[in-house]
Design a binder for this molecule. Structure first.
Ligand code: ZN
Length: 422
């Protein structure tokens, strides 16, 4: 074992321990904070949210946070078993004995590691839906549908993922020193293609989409869109109620395939003017170019990560530091991809607050846009209803919020909206 190998193993262990302990510390803060505010609705909401609803949201938050704590510990144990304790090394030996070290063997290695991590996640997913969501009355999904989704998702991952993986492995071995640049271009092209085909080909595999029929609402939305200079291909209602009682609305696709999708659960709960306000908020994200900026940042990060991988594949300490002996004669591309995929989230965890900060800033901007186009009070009312229905806690821990929350807490958004109203 060289010094570099030992150093990298140490860095990895330190990062992993830091990630797990930070996650647990934040989660326990959140649980304590929510429990401490269990018996009183925050003053701002005392007129709109009943105590029972507030307490239900608190219990729901605590249970979900507890599950995340168990999940993060489990994933860390599996990660150590796969890397430092030799799991990937054993898999690699077994698979290369069986299928060789060509493309087939490498794809089998990547697939088996993805299968292992997915199987570890599966019980948590199941508990989330059929224990927690069920207990709080949010789950609308049958166990049958859960497994059908799982099968469809797996088939889709194989059909799309296998050719993409093969192309990546081929580029890694054949495209020379700048393979990572070519791979990045392929990935960007793939992402753009996925955005085009997702709304029309993929989303309908999981949900039914029907054109929005409510004429009054269509007129209202068409008016908002022409007022704000926005074009979309269509307004659709999605049967979100097949899986969950949570409500939502979103935009999907881009260019000429852009469409607006409302969950049926959202339409059932909000008034016409409130739906218009929620949509104006979503339009605000487009008007302020949040979607485009996010895409550019994502592409930039993936280029940097691929360049990093381009360097790591050539070092020995990257493999050995993670418990694997690279082959001296055959391609190690599959191995490198697997190890990178496993350990990257550990290091990326520490930039989570940066993402949350940017996202919250964007949410305020979208709210401000909505407030300029519709009555801010409508968005406030819609938010209160959505928070109550989704049982989002109204009293989250401030540090937990700053680290993870992609949306500012309800109280802050409502404060700002009321300032716009005044
Ligand atoms: Zn938003």
């Amino acid at each position: 074992m060289t010094n570099l190998t030992l150093a990298f193993s140490t860095v990895f262990v330190v990062a992993l321990v830091a990630m797990v302990s930070t996650t647990l510390w934040l989660a326990s803060r959140q649980i304590r904070y929510v429990a401490a505010h269990h018996n009183g609705v925050p003053a701002q909401f005392s007129g709109t949210i009943p105590l029972a609803a507030h307490q239900r949201a608190a219990d729901y938050t605590v249970e979900r946070t507890r599950l995340t704590m168990i999940e993060v510990i489990t994933s860390a144990v599996v990660l150590v078993a796969l890397t430092l304790l030799g799991g990937v090394q054993a898999l690699d030996l077994a698979i290369s004995d069986w299928l060789g070290r060509g493309y087939l063997g490498q794809i089998a290695l990547v697939a088996s590691v993805i299968a292992i991590t997915s199987i570890v996640d599966l019980p948590f997913d199941y508990i989330r839906h059929f224990v927690i969501e069920e207990k709080f009355g949010f789950n609308r999904m049958s166990k049958n549908l859960f497994f059908i989704d799982l099968v469809k998702g797996t088939v889709l991952a194989v059909v799309i993922g296998a050719p993409l993986l093969l192309l990546t492995l081929w580029l890694m071995d054949r495209a020379g020193a700048y393979w990572w640049l070519w791979t990045w271009m392929v990935w960007v092209a793939f992402q753009l293609l996925a955005m085009i085909i997702y709304p029309t080909f993929i989303a309908p595999l999981f949900n039914k989409f029907e054109p929005l029929k409510d004429e009054e609402l269509v007129a209202r939305i068409t008016n908002l869109m022409s007022r704000t200079g926005f074009a979309a291909k269509g307004l659709f209602v999605m049967d979100g109620s097949r899986r969950s009682a949570h409500g939502n609305a979103y935009f999907t696709g881009f260019g000429t395939t852009k469409r607006i999708v409302f969950f049926d659960t959202l339409l059932a709960r909000l008034s016409g003017s409130e739906i218009e306000a929620v949509l104006a908020h979503e339009l605000g994200h487009f008007k302020r170019r949040h979607v485009l900026k996010l895409m550019i940042v994502m592409f930039g990060i993936s280029l940097a990560m691929l360049a990093l991988l381009g360097w790591l594949v050539q070092t020995v300490w990257f493999y050995e530091g993670l418990g694997v002996r690279p082959s001296l004669v055959d391609s190690n591309s599959g191995l490198a991809l697997v190890l990178f995929m496993l350990v990257l989230p550990v290091f990326m965890f520490f930039i989570t607050p940066l993402g949350s900060l940017t996202s919250c800033k964007n949410e305020f901007e979208a709210d401000a846009f909505a407030a300029s186009q519709t009555d801010p009070k409508d968005l406030v009312n819609a938010l209160v209803k959505l928070y109550e229905d989704n049982a989002s806690t109204l009293a989250p821990d401030p540090i937990y919020t700053a680290f993870y929350y992609s949306h500012p807490p309800a109280s802050q958004r409502i404060d700002r909206l009321m300032q716009h109203a005044a």
